[in-house]
Design a protein around this ligand. Structure first.
Ligand code: OAD
Length: 239
């Protein structure tokens, strides 16, 4: 069975990272147009760089939670048991999935711990602040910028994602409001290619009605429960 899992900010909420929408959301203190659009980066780069520097800095204080760990465990069992393909797509820019051990992982909205050269397209691992706007060491032509997909920009690896959605038999969405295109359409793509679909989310999302099954509650409890159901009583593994 081929599995595709999509995650959003809700999966990292129990690790202590704010979600975007709703009470206490990340954008309550900021206008989206000021910090998360391609125009903002042109108009007020210092503010945009500082916003992402702060968020990168905040990663040091948080750890993967039980939901991140469970997804990594499921991937391990799927690979070792040759049960089919497993792809994790995250809209999150934190590094909690990789720290939990997930390997087949696409950061479709970029990553805080990565820097991008707008001229040559080089991407490199990045830690610490970027507000001093370091030059690209590959081409020397431009400043490095946060490797984050801003509004008005194209998410990463859409071709690979589309292929995986069309080839999967189970699509699971965890901790996302379904408010942002194109991720909000993934459930419909998977479904139209005959996949079963499951949503795990604290509240109703904008696309809940499109799922075959919906489980409401905290990812930290529901994701491990779902994963245990998937792997049954298989023994072994590093967990
Ligand atoms: P949102 O903040 O829009 O939605 C988070 C969802 O997680 C909500 O539906 C909550 O009900 C749910 N939630 C919160 N805590 C949860 C928990 N502990 N367990 C389970 N569910 C929980 O975040 P995203 O959907 O990820 O894009 O937002 C999508 C995109 O919007 C982001 O990637 C970002 C933003 O624009 C870019 O920056 C390009």
């Amino acid at each position: 069975m081929n599995i595709v899992v999509l995650t959003g900010a809700g999966i990292s909420q129990e690790s202590g990272l704010s979600t975007f929408r709703g009470g206490g959301g990340l954008w309550e203190d900021h206008q989206v147009d000021d910090v998360s659009t391609a125009k903002a980066l042109q108009k007020n780069p210092d503010l945009v760089y500082r916003f992402f520097d702060e968020r990168r800095g905040a990663l040091d204080a948080v750890e993967p939670n039980l939901a991140h760990m469970a997804l990594s465990k499921l991937e391990w069992h799927w690979r070792e048991g040759r049960k089919g393909s497993f792809l994790l797509i995250t809209q999150n820019v934190d590094d909690l999935h990789e720290r939990a051990g997930s390997a087949e992982l696409i950061h479709m909205h970029g990553a805080l711990k990565s820097a991008l050269c707008p001229s040559c397209g080089a991407r490199r691992p990045w830690d610490g602040p970027m507000v001093s706007r370091p030059n690209c060491s590959s081409c020397g032509r431009d400043w490095l910028r946060p490797d984050i997909v801003l509004f008005e920009e194209m998410p990463y690896q859409l071709g690979r994602i589309d292929k995986a959605l069309k080839a999967c038999s189970l699509f699971v969405s965890i901790g996302t409001s379904g408010a942002v295109y194109p991720a909000c359409d993934f459930v419909r793509t998977a479904k139209s290619y005959a996949a079963k679909t499951l949503e795990i989310n604290l509240e109703a999302s904008e696309v809940s009605a499109d799922f075959d099954e919906v489980r409401r509650g905290y990812a930290g409890a529901l994701v491990p429960e779902w994963v245990e159901g998937m792997i049954g009583d298989l023994d072994g593994g590093p967990f």
